[in-house]
Design a protein around this ligand. Structure first.
Ligand SMILES: [Zn+2]
Length: 171
């Protein structure tokens, strides 16, 4: 799993709280992430879009069922880039944050379920997307290049050493 937003700043945690609009003490079933309107949202893992809908409280919403037994949802979106049943891969753009539905300011309401059980999205262990890219490059590009350069470096060192020894012998 990777984080769905590049900038991860939790403005409201998971758990019981007094709702800012209704005043009721109720379960906040996800977390609120700070996001200006039109911040890109990326799928945390491979999967498919289970539903895209609108309702007066959640606004524009996306429901994603991931292949790794996680389900994630995204609410108050400005727009979505996917339709129901679309396949998505990890890191793929699925929509943009906004302030649709029952909100006081633009943000992303993000929820996570694991094997059908709602969990605190902050307890998920997220991979660093930059490390994923780094590992990918290392395994697929850098390592063969490194080997190639290492061989040339050894050949060059061999020639240099031979030359130095030759010179010393002929002083
Ligand atoms: Zn929320």
């Amino acid at each position: 799993m990777i984080k769905p937003l590049n900038n991860w700043f939790v403005t409201s945690p998971f758990g019981y709280r007094v709702h800012p609009i209704t005043g009721e003490n109720k379960l906040h079933n996800g977390i609120d992430l700070r996001a200006t309107i039109n911040t890109p949202i990326y799928s945390p893992a491979n999967g498919f879009i289970e539903d895209v809908n609108y309702n007066s409280s959640g606004g524009n919403q996306i429901f994603v069922k991931h292949d790794n037994n996680y389900r994630t949802t995204y609410s108050h979106l400005e727009s979505t880039t996917k339709n129901t049943n679309d396949r998505v891969i990890k890191g793929e753009l699925i929509g943009f944050t906004g302030e649709s539905g029952n909100v006081t300011a633009p943000h992303l309401h993000y929820t996570v379920k694991y094997n059908g059980v709602r969990i605190d999205p902050e307890t998920v262990i997220y991979e660093d997307p930059y490390n994923i890219i780094g590992n990918y490059n290392f395994n697929n590009n850098l390592q063969p290049n490194f080997k190639k350069y290492a061989i040339w470096l050894l050949v060059l060192m061999g020639f240099s050493l031979t030359y130095i020894l030759y010179k010393r012998k002929n002083v």
